[in-house]
Design a protein around this ligand. Structure first.
Ligand code: ZN
Length: 411
């Protein structure tokens, strides 16, 4: 597929119209890498055409981020300056539409001390999280991808840079349902309707537990929070009722399970890239809701480290259903980018859950949500457990059950 200007324009339009769903009069905050200046220009124009009042751009650079971590002191990087805080605070007033364009080199921060990275992240989050919580559910946002050269080379190391980028583009466009023939906005409407219907079915069933089984050794049961909802694809801004699509692509229907209530073993079916390193052929066994042992053919130490990142890193924050026919899965390679990789097949995430799955979640503090069973941690790491024969059963409070997945797809 030739990546023409026309295709790029239709992608930009899709991100602005279906993804962020920019409404007339809204401010937009666009977060994009300096290498994608041309695409930033296209997106900005699309936002204005959609009626945006003002488009502000926050430029990112992998190379400069890396230099910061290489040369600047941890205390310096950890500090949130008054103007940064003022900016975060202003967002709670403006409630801008936010558009993030992911194009990061998966190895951008390879070799940087994970301790430094997490310490900086943690102390910045301490200051900025209250502002982030204050805009949660009250603004539209979307993340979409733009293949950079380094990212493409990571996915296809054997190819020339040019071919690698072309291959990654082809995959990205396929997963966001752009084929150059059909109207992608209409295709996304059909897709989000399908996902909403499945989520509605799951919510109506009121399952209290899920039971996973696969010939690969997965044998696992997890309890659900009674009033937590299954969500997927589209979200709604509670302030103005505008629906938006947080992730493009998105195939999953997810919820946060009851933290501390799962038993058994999950066998990973895809490699996991964490802190720029791979964990492969691994399984994790849970008792009383916590991971008590893990085995990895590659990356054992890394996996062990992840599970003790903090007190709740060994509990689950997410369970997600993705059928094996997912376009991401059909691409057949690792994207080294969660936006894609988590949409390949069924997965769970260790670490933080999503309080917004609770009916009053947007108004809860993290501590309140935690009391209701939503896990909290500095990590949120998805790993894939979907296989060709995975079966998932839903079990209700009265003990009755219904098949949800058979042979890796909707029953
Ligand atoms: Zn997920």
């Amino acid at each position: 597929m030739q990546i023409t200007l026309e295709l790029l324009q239709s992608y930009a339009r899709l991100i602005v119209r279906s993804g962020a769903n920019v409404r007339p009069g809204q401010t937009v905050l666009l977060n994009i890498a300096v290498e994608q200046a041309d695409f930033a220009e296209m997106l900005t124009e699309e936002c204005y055409k959609a009626g945006a009042k003002k488009v502000n751009v926050e430029w990112q650079s992998d190379a400069i981020s890396r230099l910061h971590f290489q040369y600047a002191a941890q205390e310096t990087l950890a500090e949130v300056l008054p103007w940064e805080e003022a900016k975060a605070k202003q967002m709670t007033v403006d409630l801008p539409c936010r558009i993030f364009i992911a194009s990061q080199d998966p190895d951008a921060l390879a070799g940087i001390s994970p301790e430094k990275l997490s310490a900086v992240g943690q102390s910045r989050a301490r200051v900025l999280k209250p502002y982030r919580n204050a805009i949660d559910g009250k603004h539209q946002w979307t993340i979409a991808a733009y293949p950079s050269e380094k990212w493409a080379k990571k996915c296809f190391p054997e190819e020339t840079t040019e071919n690698a980028v072309a291959k990654l583009w082809e995959a990205v466009l396929k997963t966001v349902r752009i084929d150059g023939e059909h109207d992608p906005v209409a295709a996304w409407q059909a897709h989000t309707t399908f996902i909403s219907e499945k989520a509605a079915w799951l919510n109506a069933q009121q399952f209290r537990r899920l039971r996973y089984a696969s010939a690969n050794g997965t044998d696992f049961t997890v309890e659900l929070i009674p009033d937590a909802r299954w969500e997927g694809a589209a979200a709604v801004n509670s302030q103005n009722g505008a629906s938006y699509i947080p992730n493009m692509p998105t195939e999953e229907i997810f919820t946060s399970p009851l933290a501390g209530s799962c038993e058994g073993t999950l066998v990973a079916t895809k490699p996991l890239s964490w802190n720029s390193q791979l964990i492969e052929n691994f399984s994790i066994t849970f008792e009383n809701g916590r991971a008590v042992s893990c085995r990895a053919e590659k990356g054992q130490e890394l996996l062990e480290k992840m599970l003790v990142m903090d007190e709740c890193a060994n509990m689950l924050g997410e369970v997600a259903l993705v059928p094996k026919e997912s376009p991401v899965n059909r691409c057949g390679f690792l994207f080294y980018e969660t936006l894609f990789d988590e949409n390949a097949c069924c997965h769970v995430a260790l670490g933080a859950g999503f309080k917004e799955v609770l009916p009053d979640g947007d108004d809860l503090s993290t501590a309140e949500a935690q009391k209701r069973g939503i896990n909290d941690s500095i990590i949120h790491v998805d790993f894939m457990v979907g296989s060709d024969d995975l079966s998932i059963d839903g079990i209700r409070a009265d003990g009755s059950s219904a098949p949800i997945f058979r042979n890796g797809t909707w029953a």
